[in-house]
Design a protein around this ligand. Sequence first.
Ligand SMILES: NC(=O)c1ccc[n+]([C@@H]2O[C@H](COP(=O)([O-])OP(=O)(O)OC[C@H]3O[C@@H](n4cnc5c(N)ncnc54)[C@H](OP(=O)(O)O)[C@@H]3O)[C@@H](O)[C@H]2O)c1
Length: 313
Amino acid sequence: MALSNLEKLGILFVAFFIFYCLKFLWHFLYTYAIGPAVHCVDFKSKGKWALVTGCTDGIGKEYAKELAARGCDIVLVSRSLDKLKATAEEIEKEYKVATKIIQADFSEDDKIYENIEKEIAGLEIGTLVNNVGVSYTYPEYFLDLPEWDKLIPTLIKANVVAVTKMTRIVLPEMVKREKGVVINIGSASSIIPSPLLTVYAATKAYVDKFSEGLDMEYSKKGIVVQCILPGFVCSNMSGIRRSSLFAPTAKVFVQSAIKLVGTTTRNTGYLPHAAFVNIVNSIYETANSFGTWLVVRSMENSRRKLLKKYKRQ
Ligand SMILES: NC(=O)c1ccc[n+]([C@@H]2O[C@H](COP(=O)([O-])OP(=O)(O)OC[C@H]3O[C@@H](n4cnc5c(N)ncnc54)[C@H](OP(=O)(O)O)[C@@H]3O)[C@@H](O)[C@H]2O)c1
């Protein structure tokens, strides 16, 4: 029985649909189950020490703990000395590894890097987590950002310069040893529409692109480069205190993200965040004007709430 053109078109459509679904399923299975089982990275074998920036709270602190749990000694680089000492003590006690603390404020000028370089000279750093990051206190229109002249250089220094300079300091020894892991913490805000967080999202787009190029340049030299692009995570920065499926605790988030090292070079790090990014981008791509209206409106609502909270504090 000969098929009509319409029937042939229908079969083609169904075949494409099945192919697309299978590809999608394979991608998720590979990223979150098969890959982490097969490509599980032994961080300690990459080098005795792991260095984490912005490590006394939130995502950075959890990376430091997860790496210590895997046997790495930890270099802690962050702003507040008291918090550094407390974090070091907690990690040494819990994981029986050595720690070294370096106080550095990444919103300051280049001199901090001279000190960091001196402090880590001679340490075999196998893993670098470029986590430190600064955001707005609340979502705001570009021209209305408070303390504009101070905030913008701070965002650029802490989010762009820090990841670049820290990589410049640590990578040469990794390349010499032909092994190492560099994890750069970006943000999902750079891959979904993010009005009222414009400069923050733009600095995180730098982290994403920087990681892509770095991976292409140095994977052949044995270096694993990964960019993690989280959605909302409970932390001081996000201001979210109660965890939910789409805003996990930093611990849950990092336990998921760290398993993906070696499997994927660019990921949100956490399956519900990947779903969130896909949903937002699908709405935006399918109905551009509606998507813009929706996202601006929700950011304005969030601005109103957070500004009220900020003024109360
Ligand atoms: N939380 C989220 O929803 C979310 C989403 C997407 C991406 N991210 C990214 O994830 C990373 C970590 O965010 P988080 O939410 O975990 O932040 P967090 O809980 O606020 O912790 C930030 C850490 O960085 C340190 N820090 C802040 N400013 C610093 C500076 N100028 N110099 C040195 N250290 C500094 C803080 O130390 P002090 O306590 O001493 O200030 C603290 O240890 C950032 O790059 C952020 O952009 C977070």
